[in-house]
Design a protein around this ligand. Structure first.
Ligand SMILES: [Zn+2]
Length: 150
């Protein structure tokens, strides 16, 4: 299987989120044919919606575009390990593969914490690939939270 990373585009969304004062996490969703069908950064503050994580926004947009609540064969790129809420949504959407950049020991729900995909209750477990573009994604988060402490 050929591998064309779309993490740079997700990182661009993360930078745009930071510029809006949102926690810098970005995501893009790629259709089976390789086409990017949705891109978003966190908008929890702007939308006053605690579920407006980048992953949730791209999945909603992609489902609307696809006219389906399932996205088989799709690949999600996200700059931070998804939380448990987003992991449950990823499983429900039947996304084929999740590529994330920085691990999140504090709030992650894939390789940390709830490890949602390992539960028998998860109806679908995507292939997971972590650490792609990790340094830049982690630096964005570090700089964002450091600036807020000043
Ligand atoms: Zn999330």
């Amino acid at each position: 299987m050929s591998f064309v990373s779309h993490m740079d585009e997700a990182l661009a969304e993360a930078r745009a989120a930071a510029a809006r004062g949102e926690v810098p996490v970005g995501a893009v969703l790629v259709a089976p044919g390789g086409e990017v069908i949705a891109r978003a950064g966190n908008r929890t503050r702007e939308l006053r919606d605690p579920s407006a994580h980048a992953e949730m926004l791209v999945i909603r947009a992609a489902c609307a575009a696809a006219g389906s609540e399932r996205l088989p064969g799709h690949v999600l790129y996200v700059t931070l390990e998804p939380c448990a809420m987003c992991a449950a949504m990823i499983a429900a959407a039947r996304i084929a593969r999740v590529v994330y950049a920085a691990p999140d020991p504090k709030s992650g729900g894939v390789d940390h914490g709830a490890r949602v995909f390992t539960h028998p209750q998860a109806h679908h477990a995507p292939e997971v690939l972590g650490g792609i573009g990790e340094e830049e994604a982690a630096a964005l988060l570090r700089d964002f939270f450091a600036a807020r402490r000043d």
